[in-house]
Write a protein of this length. Sequence first.
Length: 403
Amino acid sequence: MVDRTPSSKDVAGKEVSAATLAVWAGEGESLVQGATQVPIVYSAAYGYPDVESWLDVALGRKPGHIYSRNTNPTVHAFEEKVRILEGAQAATSFSTGMAAVSNTLFALLAPGDRVVSVKDTYGGTNQLFLSFLPRFKIQAELCETTDHEQIEAAIAQGCKIVYLESPTNPTLKVMDIERLAAAAHEVGAIVVTDNTFATPINQNPLALGSDLVIHSATKFLGGHADVLGGLLCGDPKLVAQVFHYREITGATLDPMAAYLLIRSMKTLALRIRAQNESALRIARWLTEQPAVAAVYYPGLETHVHHDVAARQMRGYGGVLSFMLEGGFDAVKRVLPRLRLAHRAANLGAVETIAGPPATTSHVECTAEEREAMGIPEGLIRYSVGIEDADDLIADLTQAFEGT
Ligand SMILES: Cc1ncc(COP(=O)(O)O)c(C=O)c1O
């Protein structure tokens, strides 16, 4: 019987693999009365028989829960599962991925601080950098995503946070996390990496030098496009600081959402392996199609940072993007013809999902802003599901016909 306690080396001295951890890790503490699955605990508060035992938990002298805005047994089990998979010392969760991003930035930054990041982070994150943080006199310098020298030079001028996302959304650029973390630590900056696209199955940023890792759990961790969530894990002092901020802002993950996430994560490794394999096959196939002007996927040898991806990732992920000959008009013709894809603003699900940045990741930006970020209007982001890759290729073939 595998012990479900938070350890990654606990079966007869053998290191347990991520696939096994995804199934078992983090659940032990939350199981009750012999149940083999984590219960959905819908209790706003937790009662104590006397003031002493209540104080023990309230003051952190003993483990337990006080109020579900702060902690909850079901939510805790989800946090533990991701924490262990990322090899982190601490984790906390949020109602959405953007709550994780915004609570982290607002909790760790103060007026006068400077952030170094890149131009094509997820659109919502980009909006925080461009519109919301400056209101509090926090400046973000957004560098060219693939220009590591420029990013290093910006970091060397001093900053509080270096914010990375790799691979990026939607153009699948890859950032050398180890190299940029080293530059950040030279100036005492905190490195935050959004690992949503890679998932802990394909990449562990903490092992590459990042101090914190963020996930939109809505995507691959949830995997079924039916739940929203976010997660932060890493350095315990920093996580505690953000956790306290989240306790106050109240962007708490709901227990039902946490339960769905735990259930989904049991198949995370299976799903990601299938999606890695199919995405690579489809990306290679797309490079040979006359209707396609360019393909963006870190697994392709022609990708500008394939060598970095090969070094820091165990698989290249389930999302790819491709640019159609004929620009946005071609996108409008091809998308409705796809039979095996939802046209929706999401990714990371068991069903294939396709959409242009104009209605998905960068809906908040104008066409000019997208162009300035290097996001062409003729782009389709294609999140590969767990369907048979041959069927997806057949679907794309019929959709391209006559374009
Ligand atoms: C890379 C990345 N980070 C963060 C987010 C935000 O997550 P959520 O939609 O759960 O708020 C997204 C959403 O698409 C994303 O793609």
